[in-house]
Design a protein around this ligand. Structure first.
Ligand code: IMP
Length: 423
């Protein structure tokens, strides 16, 4: 498989967890490189549903080494709970198959509190964050006042550093009208989690390069999607990390010259959670998908906003990420739609765009230019090969891949491993 970066080509929730799970069959190592427990990957194996927030989906394959890279921000309490949950379900999580970077930054309760308080302050301009403390944690990293995993697992370092950070953050919380946090309590909880996690902590850059020398095939698992990227997304309605392919290098310490392929994952339609522009948003398709019990967030349970497929966005994603191969997910979500629309350009203020304008306000005013496809109006969830798909579904999948400017590689027609069609 060589070294593959997998990214979301839309606004997150593209079904990456499932595609990662399928691709990890051929991977020796799976690396998570950005984000935190704001992500939620749902994987269904043998009918059993597992939702992962921080741990790479490769954990479900016994032979795969899973690595949390330096680019991730890590909530250790959440991570320990996730590890315990997996173990209860009979999934092995040991220092042999799961490793944590010593330079990943740690999310503390004051980050979460600040995340919530800042959203309240923003009022109607709020981002609609997951309130997991992601923005404040990456903010501390950039401001060079963050604590890292190497601090977490060493109580002698953790105590003075955490105490200093909590003094400042409690002042901040007070200014937002939020009750200050108890140092004693946070220190006790975090040093306990640090003791639990210590055996899993390593210099992951050295580890990954050792594995590359030994010829390992690696999968770099992206979280969120291209348009939530802090640089390339619909700023400020974005997350705080580089979710795009470049983030895989900075977030793992594996250089661009060691990467071989980029796989982009996109839904057959578009969704977004939280605030911010979504040019193809459409009530009819939202109602249809929600009515089918689809498109509710794995992390927060929020109903996702839904719209038609936006090829202006996905073409832009191909450019920014260098996508070679495409996995189209949720094709079966359109099984009952008679006429399917696809956005091929935007119009705004007498101008036509065939790329995403950077200004979120302009993007919010963009009106999609649509082309129409005839729906196949037949269930596809039992199809096992590309040929078995209705001709109109094949034509649609091919057309959206072509508009996105990358090769069609996978069409997915349901959440199960066996509902994955290699094209
Ligand atoms: P944050 O990452 O919690 O700061 O949230 C920032 C924005 O990214 C919000 O609009 C969230 O809804 C969105 N977001 C964060 N993580 C995910 C995800 O895994 N899927 C979809 N949207 C996400």
């Amino acid at each position: 498989m060589a070294n593959t970066i997998l990214v979301g080509a839309q606004w997150g929730d593209e079904g990456k967890g499932k595609i990662i799970d399928v691709l990890t069959e051929q991977a020796d190592v799976v690396v998570r490189y950005a984000g935190g427990n704001n992500a939620g990957h749902t994987v269904i194996v043998k009918g059993k549903k597992t939702v992962l927030h921080l741990i790479p989906s490769g954990i479900l394959r016994p032979h795969t080494l899973c690595v949390i890279g330096n680019g991730v921000v890590l909530d250790p309490i959440g991570l320990v709970q996730e590890m315990e949950g997996l173990k209860k379900n009979g999934i092995k999580v040991t220092p042999k198959n799961f490793v944590l970077s010593e330079t990943a930054h740690v999310v503390f309760p004051y980050h979460r509190e600040l995340d919530g308080a800042r959203e309240v302050l923003k009022g109607k301009n709020k981002i609609g964050t997951t309130k997991r403390g992601i923005g404040p944690a990456y903010g501390d990293k950039a401001a060079r006042v963050g604590l890292r995993v190497s601090d977490l697992v060493d109580p002698a370092k953790l105590e003075p550093k955490l105490s200093a950070r909590m003094r400042e953050n409690n002042l901040l919380l007070r200014s937002h009208g939020v009750k200050p946090l108890s140092f004693k309590r946070v220190f006790a909880d975090y040093s306990k989690a640090g003791r639990y996690l210590k055996p899993f902590v390593q210099n992951t850059v050295v580890l990954l390069h050792d594995r590359i020398r030994q010829g390992a095939d690696m999968l770099f698992e992206g979280a969120q999607g291209t348009f939530l990227d802090i640089d390339h997304g619909t700023y400020p309605f974005v997350t705080s990390s580089n979710t795009t392919a470049g983030g895989a290098c900075t977030g793992s310490g594996v250089a661009p010259t060691r990467m071989d392929r980029v796989v982009g994952v996109m839904k057959a339609y578009t969704t977004r959670v939280g605030e911010g522009p979504l040019p193809t948003e459409n009530q009819e398709i939202s109602d249809l998908l929600h009515g089918m019990g689809r498109e509710f967030g794995a992390t927060t349970g929020r109903a996702r906003r839904c719209g038609w497929f936006d090829s202006v966005a996905t073409r832009h994603a191909t450019m920014v990420n260098g996508i070679d191969d495409l996995a189209i997910t949720n094709l079966d979500g359109l099984d009952t739609v008679e006429t399917i629309k696809v956005c091929v350009a935007y119009r705004q203020g007498g101008r036509q765009y065939d790329y995403m304008p950077n200004d979120a306000e302009i993007l919010a005013q963009c009106v999609p230019v649509y082309v129409e496809f005839e729906g196949w109006c037949t269930p596809t969830d039992k199809c096992k090969t590309f040929r078995e798909l209705p001709a109109k579904a094949r034509a649609y999948a091919k057309a959206i891949a072509e508009l996105t400017n990358a090769r069609l590689f996978i069409a997915s027609v349901g959440p199960g491993r066996d509902q994955t069609i290699f094209v």
